[in-house]
Design a protein around this ligand. Sequence first.
Ligand code: ATP
Length: 307
Amino acid sequence: LLQLYQPLNWFGTYYRVIQQNFIDMEKMLDLFEEGQAVRDAPDAGTLDVSRGGTIHFDRVCFSYDGQTPVLDQVSFEVAAGKTVALVGPSGGGKSTILRLLFRFYDPTSGGISIDGQDLRSVTQASLRKHIGVVPQDTVLFNDTVMFNIRYGNISAADDEVVEAAKAAQIHDRILSFPEGYNTRVGERGLRLSGGEKQRVAIARTLLKDPAVIVLDEATSALDNQTERLIQDSLRTLCADRTTLVVAHRLSTVVDADEILVVRDGRIVERGTHEELLRTGESALRAQLASAAAAAAVASGGVGAIPP
Ligand code: ATP
């Protein structure tokens, strides 16, 4: 059993409790549209993802303040329909990579493209139409569950909302609410747990049906059953969609097509889980094996990677 979990221990060393939550980017964009750092080019076209949404980062450098480098020559590709997991120590630059893909900011140098189209050459509206964001901590509107899920596609019919909720493993829970889908949630309504909010976000994103998924996994430890529900719904969401994920869950790391270890703004190692097991920092792994294995066993092997 120890051997089974040992692979995961190595990754565990890189995690610390997130200090800066990745808030609901789409909502924030709505709120701060006026103050956005980037503007559409006058001749910006519409993003076309008919080839499945291959993401390409080409020698991307970035700094928030124009002085301190945050990303340094970051290059990678997420092939259409594949999943790439970002792992690494806090402050290494993982969330920044997600923000650049959503085009909160433009790279200082280098470029980012989807299906060969540089993000700077397409409208932000068309870019965001094709990217679904599942943030760490979803902000719910003070409205009904139905409204909150339908937000992914406001023209969806009620039964489509219910289908999405079923696929996101939240339907049964919603039926147990006092007024089912008409129950008001959010700050002024029924307060949902972190796991429930995340499944609402997944249902919302399923309804949006984007080619690309940007996922910032929650770091909080959840009970085994919730954990499995989330895992199942994430698998449904990410299947056949191009996915870039800041991974905090053991299963995500193991399942990813490629893992990028981001540290000090650079990709310091990359490979599949199997490959990194062979090339990873073995001394460190051995050192932390027993503690992390115990944590993994305690969480049933499916929980959040221990901090
Ligand atoms: P964590 O795992 O803690 O979320 P991370 O790997 O996602 O960390 P980032 O959030 O991308 O790291 O941060 C990379 C660096 O950029 C850090 O030094 C951080 O302090 C800095 N940084 C992040 N956001 C901003 C911002 N809005 N303005 C200025 N600096 C920032």
